[in-house]
Each structure stands twice: as structure tokens, then as C-alpha cells.
Design a protein around this ligand. Structure first.
Ligand SMILES: Cc1cc2nc3c(=O)[nH]c(=O)nc-3n(C[C@H](O)[C@H](O)[C@H](O)COP(=O)(O)O)c2cc1C
Length: 325
């Protein structure tokens, strides 16, 4: 089973979503080595990209084995979004995605992200300008609506996207107003799916192969996109592809976490890795005995050597086989 997005043929129908401060290069490498087939960078602001901001260019860092890879751009102006998309193509990415879902107040008040759901005329001008600027496969990631949870807003926006030559749509089954709370609504995603003919990828609350199966059967979506479920669970993509629970031993969990940590040091440097491991460590040990104490200890540790030892000691004291569900 695969997916054709514009000219891009993907073997996998299980994608990892873009997630700011989460889906960086180390995250993607650890996940790809365990079955992830298609991923995105964290979102980048079109304007920061055009200014060649150091931080933004760092977000786009990749490696030959980190492929196929999409980049997501955020912005509200057709001209800068088009220019940013052309730059993404020059950088060698396989796909470009337009963010129509970010709910953060600062972003929305700028007219970017989910604000585009409320301004479909401007959104359509962005789709058209980006389409003209790049030959890359083009996708749009949107929420089901701004405040209206029926899916009508997203369906209307998706129809405009299709008319402008967008190749696929990803729909997260929450409104902007919901943020990341409440439950993702499959029926609103299904409405979008029925409104257009290009592929729709469903997103929201997929944490197991059963969740993915439910989402697919309720919506008829061509693929599923994993969000938070992929954090600390790089085995989830294969679990969904194979439709059976991944049984992950403590040793495998420890190895994946230490590998992730080492890659953070390699890619982000010791100082940043010592900070990032506080968050990353928490993902991998969630649900295990003593996880809270480890989180607290990692937050107090100041350097990578101490943090690494805390992790090794933590797993040393665990004896039961962890079964992730
Ligand atoms: C910390 C965090 C960062 C996120 N960053 C982005 C982003 O950069 N671009 C984007 O389109 N969505 C972003 N999202 C939304 C996720 O990609 C996804 O759509 C959402 O979490 C719903 O999926 P889930 O319920 O499986 O987590 C972010 C979500 C979280 C929790």
C-alpha cells in the first residue's frame, strides 16, 4: 500500500506530523530507523526563512537518510509564502506544506496558521501563489474549523485548495478553539474527505494501530498522520502498518532513548541536548514505575553526563517487560 502525492510516491500511508520543538532531526532519525516512512520538519515561518534566520535554517537541517521529507511553512502573505516555498524546493525537500492549523494566539492574531480558516479568500491567494512558485508536491494541513466543529469550514477551504492545484490535504479533527484538548472528531474529517477528490490524511488522537484503524474506517482517509503519539514511541508507525501491537522490551526502550539522546548531542550540541533531554526523557518513560522521579531528576541535572547516568540507572531498576499500547 502506498500513496501518490503529486509526483511523490510514498511507500507508507502513516506520516509523522510536523511538531515544533519535537520532530527535529534526531527525533526523525530514531523514528525512521524503527519504521517511520514520511516525516515533516517543525514548522518554519516564511518570513524568518527569507531573512535566513539561523534558528530557522537549523530547524531545516537534515541528512541523506532523513528522506522522504516535507517542510512546513507558516505565514499569511501570498508573496512571502511563495518565495519561501521556492527556497524549500532549492534546499532539496520532497514536499512543501502550508500551515492552516496553528492555534497559538500570537500566530493567529498575525493572520497566520488557523486564522486562514476564517479568511478563505486570502488563503486561496496563498495556495495559488505557492502553487505557481514551486513544482514540489504541495499539501495543506488544516483544522476542521476555527470555532465551528462541523467540518464545513475545512471542507470549503479544502475545495479551494484543490481548485488551486494542491495535491493533498491533512485534517486535524479539532477546531482552533479546542487547542490540543478534547477529542479529535472523525465525522468532521470525513466531511472534508467527501468534499474533495485529492487524498486526505486524517490526524488526531492516533496512539495505537487500533486508533489508526478506527480513523481510517470512520473517514475513508488515504492515510493517517501521527502527532503526539509518536513522541517516545518510534515503534508506532510499524505497529500501524502491521496492524498488531508492538511489544517493546525495556532494553529496546532504553536503547532508543539513549540513541535519541546521543543524536541530540551530535546535532544540537551538549548545552541544548542537556535541556532537550528533560522533555525527551519524559516521553520515553511515561507510564513506567518511577517516571515522575526521573523527570524531576532530569530537570535538575545540568549536563549530559549526569542526565545519561540518570537514565541508565532508571532502566537498571526496572524489571518488568513494558508493553506499550
Ligand atoms: C508541541 C506541539 C507542537 C506542534 N507543532 C506543530 C507544527 O509545527 N505544525 C503543525 O502543523 N502542527 C503542529 N502541532 C499539531 C500536531 O502536528 C497535530 O496536528 C496535533 O497534535 C494533533 O494530533 P495528535 O492528537 O495525534 O497529537 C503541534 C502539536 C504539539 C502538541
Amino acid at each position: 500500500m502506498g500513496l501518490l502525492i503529486g509526483r511523490l510516491r510514498l511507500d507508507s500511508t502513516v506520516w509523522q506530523s510536523p511538531m515544533a520543538d519535537c520532530t527535529d532531526l534526531p527525533f526523525r532519525l530514531v523514528s525512521r530507523r524503527r519504521g517511520l516512512g514520511f516525516a515533516f520538519t517543525e514548522m518554519v515561518s516564511a518570513k524568518s526563512l527569507l531573512r535566513k534566520s539561523r534558528k530557522t535554517l537549523d530547524i531545516l537541517k537534515t541528512r541523506p537518510e532523513d528522506k522522504p521529507l516535507g517542510a512546513q511553512i507558516l505565514g499569511g502573505e501570498p508573496a512571502s509564502m511563495a518565495e519561501a516555498a521556492a527556497f524549500i524546493e532549492e534546499l532539496g525537500f520532497d514536499l512543501v506544506d502550508i500551515n492552516c492549523g496553528c492555534p497559538v494566539r500570537k500566530v493567529v492574531s498575525n493572520g497566520d496558521g488557523a486564522a486562514l480558516l476564517k479568511d478563505p479568500d486570502r488563503a486561496e491567494r496563498i495556495f495559488a501563489a505557492v502553487r505557481r512558485a514551486t513544482k514540489l508536491p504541495l499539501t495543506v494541513k488544516m483544522r476542521i474549523g476555527f470555532l465551528d466543529g462541523t467540518g464545513q469550514e475545512a471542507a470549503a477551504l479544502a475545495r479551494r485548495a484543490e481548485a488551486q492545484g494542491v495535491d493533498a490535504i491533512t485534517v486535524h479533527g479539532r477546531t482552533q478553539g479546542q487547542g490540543y484538548g478534547g477529542v479529535s472528531d472523525c465525522s468532521a474529517i470525513a466531511l472534508v474527505r467527501r468534499s474533495i477528490t485529492i487524498p486526505v490524511i486524517g490526524n488526531g488522537d492516533v496512539r495505537s494501530w487500533e486508533d489508526a484503524r478506527r480513523l481510517r474506517s470512520a473517514t475513508g482517509c488515504a492515510g493517517v498522520m501521527i502527532g503526539r503519539g509518536g513522541l517516545g514511541n518510534p515503534w508506532l508507525y510499524r505497529e500501524i502498518e502491521e496492524e498488531r501491537p508492538a511489544r517493546i522490551s525495556l532494553e529496546e526502550r532504553k536503547e532508543a532513548l539513549l540513541e535519541h539522546f546521543d543524536l541530540e548531542v551530535e546535532c544540537q550540541g551538549e548545552r541544548q541536548a542537556a535541556l532537550n533531554i528533560r522533555r525527551i526523557g519524559a516521553w520515553y518513560v511515561a507510564g513506567l514505575h518511577g517516571a515522575k522521579q526521573l523527570r524531576v531528576a532530569l530537570c535538575r541535572s545540568q549536563d549530559c553526563r549526569t542526565a545519561r547516568q540518570l537514565i541508565v540507572d532508571f532502566f537498571g531498576t526496572q524489571s518488568m517487560i513494558a508493553v506499550r499500547n
